[in-house]
Design a protein around this ligand. Structure first.
Ligand code: LMR
Length: 334
């Protein structure tokens, strides 16, 4: 008798919870470390808008920009634990969770332009790299662009020798570490949210980043010189917690895939303009002096940095480097 009452109560509870639960939106917490006013920040907001629209509000996307929820390393751990559902870390940040192959994007001067980039990300190598994320509990949904990097410091950086002994903030990538060492400088891994203060207080002497990241974090205000070096690239992988993604209702997932495809197109279309404008704004501010390298100086940077390829082959995988270079060559822009 008691069992019947309990079972009956459970059925009633379920019946009550059923419709109520169905009304609860599925929440996607999308955490990232940059400002809203950047290619990634805008891409995240576009995904939010489209995901909510295409699912008729069944999915709610909460965007947490500017490291308000988690910093670089923490956010990847939070994703693996399911505390957030979506992130877009840069390619350079997957090493600490054991996916070193993405550091191929960090090799100095590896990408001549965005045409070559697309050839890599949209081709077999791009797909193969995304697959490596699944055993880590995440699914790679898309590649989002930022842009090519500038190098800044409180002294002018024209020749490789100018780097000697300076401390540079880097992202958590061994390839970037090797790059800075090849130039004779001292790399220091640091979360993105801490860079401005570290530059301001002299904890580090310099840094490398895209114009949009430098400008929105006001780094140019605390760096006397910025070299237009285009020596490397920053882009992102949009990742989602695998258990969450696999468990989505069958009628919701296609709408989210559509939202992601369109947000990706949007973000990749605006990235160049966002960076061009940020560069112009920094030039106008007059706070940092821009340096253009002569072809000879650039050739010397390249020469100084080429050993990084050999040194990092065992970490990134020679086959990954070869496939990357093959894709670049096929794009016909190198
Ligand atoms: C950095 O840490 O410098 C960048 O990866 C930040 C970002 O997400 O663009």
């Amino acid at each position: 008798m008691k069992h019947w009452i309990l079972a009956g109560a459970a059925v009633t509870a379920l019946a009550l919870a059923g419709p109520a639960a169905a009304q609860q939106p599925i929440v996607i917490k999308f955490s990232h470390v940059v400002a809203q006013d950047t290619p990634k920040g805008k891409g995240a907001l576009k995904f939010q808008e489209l995901a909510e629209k295409y699912t008729n509000g069944r999915v709610k996307v909460e965007v947490y920009p500017n490291s308000t929820l988690y910093k670089d390393k923490e956010e990847l751990e939070a994703l693996q634990l399911g505390a957030v559902q979506m992130l877009a870390p840069s390619n350079s940040k997957f090493g600490p969770i054991g996916v070193k192959e993405f550091e191929v994007f960090d090799l100095p001067f590896v990408l001549p332009d965005k045409v070559a980039l697309r050839r890599v990300t949209d081709g077999p190598l791009g797909k193969r790299l995304l697959k490596l994320l699944e055993p880590k509990g995440m699914v790679g949904l898309a590649y989002w662009d930022n842009g090519f990097k500038l190098m800044s410091a409180n002294k002018p950086l024209r020749e490789p020798e100018d780097f000697r002994g300076l401390k540079f903030r880097i992202q958590s990538s061994k390839v970037l570490e090797a790059q800075m060492r090849a130039l004779g400088s001292i790399p220091q891994v640091m979360a993105f949210s801490e860079v401005y203060q570290a530059l301001q207080t002299g904890v580090v002497d310099g840094q490398e980043n895209t114009p949009s990241n430098m400008y929105t974090q006001k780094m140019h205000e605390v760096q006397k010189y910025t070299t237009l070096s285009d020596h490397g690239y920053i882009g992102y992988v949009v990742v989602v917690n695998k258990k969450f993604w696999d468990g989505l209702p069958a009628d919701v997932k296609p709408s989210l895939e559509r939202a992601m495809a369109e947000a990706t197109k949007y973000s990749n279309e605006i990235s160049q303009k966002e960076n061009d404008e940020a560069l112009e704004d920094m030039k106008k501010s007059g706070k940092t002096e821009f340096i253009t390298l002569t072809p000879e100086q650039k050739a010397r940077w390249k020469e100084a940095l080429m050993p990084v390829y050999k040194d990092m082959a065992s970490r990134v995988g020679q086959n990954v480097i070869d496939d990357f270079e093959k894709a670049v060559k096929q794009s016909g822009t190198n």
